[in-house]
Design a protein around this ligand. Sequence first.
Ligand code: PSV
Ligand code: MN
Length: 423
Amino acid sequence: MRINKATIDQHNEAHLKTHQQKLAYISGQLSEVEAVIQKLMDFNVAIPSWALGTGGTRFARFSGAGEPATLQDKMEDVGLLHALNKSSGAISLHIPWDIPDDYKSIQKLAADLDLKFDAVNSNTFQDQKGQLQSYKFGSLQHTNKAVRQQAIQHNIEVIQHGTALGSKALTVWLSDGSCFPGQLNFRKAFQNTLEGLQEIYAALPSDWKIFIEYKAFEPNFYSTTVGDWGQSLLYANKLGPQAFTLVDLGHHLPNANIEQIVALLLMEKKLAGFHFNDSKYGDDDLTVGSIKPYQLFLIFNELVEGMDARGMNHAKDLGWMIDASHNVKDPLEDLIQSVEAIMISYAQALLVDRNKLNEAQENNDVVAAQEILQNRFRTDIRALVAEARLRSNGALDPLSFYRTQQIRSQLIKQRGNTIATGL
Ligand code: PSV
Ligand code: MN
């Protein structure tokens, strides 16, 4: 389903007056508004192919209807989202769920929808039909060389699919680990994993990156072989300059200081980028910014500070992606909310008075530092994000557009009771 530009224009006209009032109000309070709007227009967050269907829990999956059943449909959904918010111009594929049957037609569809291919993801956390070796006891860490070789080969194939489509990064998330003390020799598991990653690294094209994603627990509950940012950084450092650590917000132990992790990885030039989501307890995969919006802002505050200190391009030099998939919302509505939360936090971070914050830090003025950050966090800058969308020909209010145009009902009419692939 494609969205007609005239319908977006109509929607924008109806919302324009209120928007302009809000914009005038916030512009009157802040300097640098134009530069911030431009940065927001340049910024894009990739959408994972697996977030377009209703996610499941260990207990049940309450699938919605009209979900994208094919790669083409998933791309159409991301295209739809991008047409509305103009900040979702990339899709991240998970192999083997999204193996393209014809690269040329998939590339053409991407061009029609104004989409790029973000990092490609390998999957050695499930056994596929007809697969020779099982990943029940891990993949790259496995005691059996044949299992390790199969996992290496799979990752190399993922790189090949990505190369054919124009991706520039491979994300490796391993569920490897153990469920019980004594099950695993930690050192051997690490060594096997490192050797496997080295073979995969050797197959990377020279303009590619490999992102090593860590996760504290689940599906293994005693140890995880890439369990935290320290372990991921160890692998990334040993692998070489094309290897980086990927931060998924839901992959930490409770109350971890993610903003500090981000600052240090950036300093070490080893931050790959993000899988954004939100959580209360574990890897809950909830809508970005729905539970801990202040944490999201603090992360962006470190990102903007750290990237500017290194002269990095905010839009291009890190991988920005959502990784959320849960079971009670319409996935497209959820994604509209997630992207909006990211844009808001980014805009607020751009507007932090760096000189004043720096001065407060140098003078150990703890109270002033808190005031500077919290004042910005509490400033309603949503009109700036909306203005960036308007200037890019997106919708002023994507969620209300989605609802008033009854997009899900139209998708159901078109697709029927289809269910997306994935977890
Ligand atoms: C694992 O929990 C993860 O965050 C990884 O990024 C996977 O590839 C993704 O979720 C999809 O299951
Ligand atoms: Mn992830």
